[in-house]
Ligand binder design. Structure first.
Ligand code: PLP
Length: 462
């Protein structure tokens, strides 16, 4: 950091301040973790200086031998870790990975068949890339119309899905006619029969499973059955729980790799690698996924692929299984402790790394107020909509808690109990301010000073 400080001391100060923040507060953001020093060093180096468009051993730049080695290692270790037929480690983020997957599926199932039909060919895959640009605009526009009229069925954002699963403010909701399935109003659990009925009605090209804020596991065997019934491609976005898959906590019907055609993930959440994305797929989609550049991406990030390879190596070690099992043990302990102090836990508990708590219905505060108040006491987490949230996605009625980072720090049941009690103490001492036009303000509040002091002292001891 001295070198950074020599060039840009203000940047170095921000990095040091962030270190203090991440070490000085309890990190309960479900999508965050602490990557290892080996991962960070593999990422922070001269590999960033290299361009390597293409795939290993088939590049559009000279001098890519070492990047080839790095990318081969990342892909091979990803395949070994997840039991995948094919891996593509280039996506810069989870959103990029989803975009690569969507366009690869569209290419395989819509674009090539449409081109074959329009051009009267047996097999459009045999066309050379140059033929795309040679196609008369009138014919190409027919392909574009076919691509633009496809349907996606994924979990809706309000029920715990992700922005990239068809939200209209995201490109996924613009390129697809997107439909969302939701959870049951009473149990807050997925209702597979209802999803099946919806799939029969919608007839999607892609049935998408995966989430950012659903505290339960998914039955992928059942999702596969539904996809097969309607001829859909089954895609799973395991961004949040890929560490639990790698650590063999999710097996059998809960292992997405056993059932999905295409699986995407981030590499920085439960998986504990560098910030980035990854696509895994069956052989059928491999050559299409490998066209992530030029489909969606430009040059890959060789330094991040090196860090992915390091993190996957770490995840292949036996200790990673212990860590993954402990994430869920801690999450369950946290949920049980919340229930025992009287907080309203969505779906009554958790099967995975996250716990969703409704702070509005019983305590009368918003997620926004709750998030801010616990942060004042040294706990960093995020507010989150609960299913059918009356407070909308900005103020929200919920808090999302995740145990990956505290598990990496070595915390266990006793600490989870203490965290639950401290959170309860803070939440029950928030007094929402009066709103301008009657009712309560959704952002402003006061926090009882004695409770704040007591909570902060207890957090500092953790
Ligand atoms: N998919 C899911 C399910 C996610 O939760 C997230 C991020 O929170 C993403 C994709 C996007 O990942 P990124 O932020 O790396 O683009």
């Amino acid at each position: 950091l001295e070198t950074v400080a020599g060039v840009a001391p203000d940047v170095a100060r921000a990095i040091v301040a962030e270190l203090a923040d991440q070490r000085g507060n309890i990190k309960l953001i479900a999508s965050e973790n602490y990557s290892s020093l080996a991962t960070q060093l593999a990422m922070g180096n001269l590999l960033t200086d290299k361009y390597a468009e293409g795939i290993p051993h088939h590049r559009f730049y000279a001098g890519c031998d070492n990047v080839d080695a790095v990318e081969d290692l990342a892909n091979a270790r990803a395949c070994e870790l997840f039991g995948a037929e094919h891996a593509y480690a280039q996506p810069h983020s989870g959103a990029d990975a989803n975009m690569v997957a969507f366009w690869a599926i569209l290419r395989a199932r819509v674009e090539l068949p449409a081109m074959a039909e329009i051009l009267g060919l047996e097999n459009a895959a045999a066309l050379a890339p140059a033929d795309w640009n040679k196609m008369p605009l009138e014919q190409w526009n027919k392909v574009r119309v076919a691509l633009g009229s496809q349907r996606l069925l994924g979990m809706d954002l309000a029920s715990g899905g992700h922005l990239t699963h068809g939200y209209r403010l995201n490109v996924s909701g613009k390129m697809f006619e997107a439909h969302g399935y939701t959870v049951d109003r009473e149990t807050f659990l997925l209702d597979y029969d209802a999803i099946e009925n919806q799939a029969l009605e919608v007839r999607p090209l892609i049935l998408l499973a995966g989430f950012s804020a659903y505290p339960r596991n998914i039955n992928y065997r059942r999702m596969r059955e539904i996809a097969d019934k309607v001829g859909a491609v089954l895609m799973v976005d395991m961004a949040h729980f890929s560490g639990l898959v790698a650590g063999k906590v999710l097996t059998g019907d809960e292992d997405p790799l056993a059932f999905a055609d295409v699986v995407t993930t981030t590499t920085h959440k439960t998986l504990r690698g560098p910030r980035g994305g990854l696509v895994l797929c069956k052989k059928e989609f491999a050559e299409h996924v490998d066209r992530g550049c030029p489909l969606v991406l430009g040059g890959p990030l060789p330094h991040v692929m090196a860090a992915k390879a390091v993190a996957f190596t770490e995840a292949l070690r036996p200790e990673f299984k212990t860590y993954a099992a402990k994430i869920v043990e801690n999450s369950r302990a946290l949920a049980e402790a919340f229930v025992s102090v009287g907080l309203n836990v969505i779906s009554g508990g958790t099967d995975n790394h996250l716990v969703l708590v409704d702070v509005a219905s019983a305590l009368g505060v918003t997620g926004r107020q709750a998030e801010d108040a616990v942060r004042r006491c040294g706990i960093t987490l995020n507010r989150n909509p609960i299913p059918f949230d009356p407070n909308g996605p900005w103020y929200t009625s919920g808090l999302r808690f995740g145990t990956p980072a505290v598990t990496t720090l070595g915390m266990g049941r006793a600490e989870m109990r203490e965290i639950a009690e401290v959170v309860h103490l803070v939440l029950t001492h928030i007094v929402p301010a009066e709103g301008k036009s009657g009712g309560k303000d959704k952002a402003k509040y006061t926090l009882d000073q004695a409770a704040e002091k007591q909570a902060s002292d207890r957090v500092a001891k953790l």
